[in-house]
Ligand binder design. Sequence first.
Ligand code: AMP
Length: 397
Amino acid sequence: MNYNKKTVSDIDVAGKKVLLRCDFNVPQDKETGAITDDKRIRAALPTIRYLLEHNAAVIACSHLGKPKGEWKEKLTLAPVAERLSALLEREVIFAKDIIGPDAQSKAAALQPGQIMLLENLRFDIGEEKNSPEFAKALADLAEVYVSDAFGTVHRAHASTAGVAAYLPAVSGMLIQKELEIMGGALEHPKRPFVAVLGGAKVSDKINVINNLLEKADTIIIGGGMAYTFIKAQGGSIGTSLLEADKVEYAREMLSKAAARGVQLLLPTDTIAAKEFSRDAEPVCVSTMAIPDDMMGMDIGPDTQKAFAEAVQGAGTIVWNGPMGVFEFPAFAEGTKAMARALAESGAITIIGGGDSAAAVEQLGFADKITHISTGGGASLEFLEGKELPGVACLMDK
Ligand code: AMP
């Protein structure tokens, strides 16, 4: 996979109409529809400002939620246009349709230095189906395509990939940063390269483990997924999360690591509890001998120490998935210790979106991390080494 892609500063955008794919899929209040967190809108501002300052006419577009090709008033992007306008301190023209007469006339009249936003792309079934007609109609609104929605680059939709068949296609600054840092870490990591994996399921991360076994020097496995590995080593895991059909796979990964000389670390002690609840009493036990009526909820103090030592002196650390049920304070210590160890490591630290990003932010370590990916699913597929359609479609440098 080539990560060396042209970006906005590699082309001339002055006087051009630019179709800019953003990720404005913001969380909303279920009752009122109010935007509850505008981080994703703020994240798009650098590229938008760059384009406007360089005299482009910006036609922004995004999806919101899952309307599945139906026109759902609750999922209109109108509130996003309003918030974007407030953040930019300038007018954001809102089109009441996507490729219809309103969008077409407003796009035609749009002047350099002006910005408009199209209605929710997923109101049209052609978006997720990557219909060539829909992609062509989107492309016809503009002269250049800029992709800055990293959260959707693993999807081959009309606005994330299809449209690039009809327009010169480059990345915005958000995607450029993701490619530089994550692509750089995977292609030529500063060594030792340590991967920290956690979260609930082995099955979600099978391809990540497999790919990283080829690249990393050390792999640390915590969280619920660790217990399938402990089972594979002959441990008793009580009622901990187990994917029985993945025990054999875990065994294979343990042998592959040994054969390749990759250090694979698993928890040696566990904070267990009798039930999966916020108020459950935490008890520290050996991971290999969890009592029959208990489940592992977090890594124990010895493991925290061992994992923290393993990342000391690392050149690059990639982390995806919490070390325990961090949503319950009594079982958040392992994830907190890992976040602190990354923050203090001095390494290039990369957090692959989703729950681990939320954990690092919630625990207050976000500003000590080199890069927190803006895409959960996309960053996982990145770590799997998969070709991302929304990146592959951009012009090579
Ligand atoms: P993932 O989306 O796969 O990264 O998983 C994140 C989820 O894994 C979080 O909601 C955690 O609460 C959960 N998790 C982490 N460790 C455990 C564990 N030991 N048992 C059950 N769930 C866990």
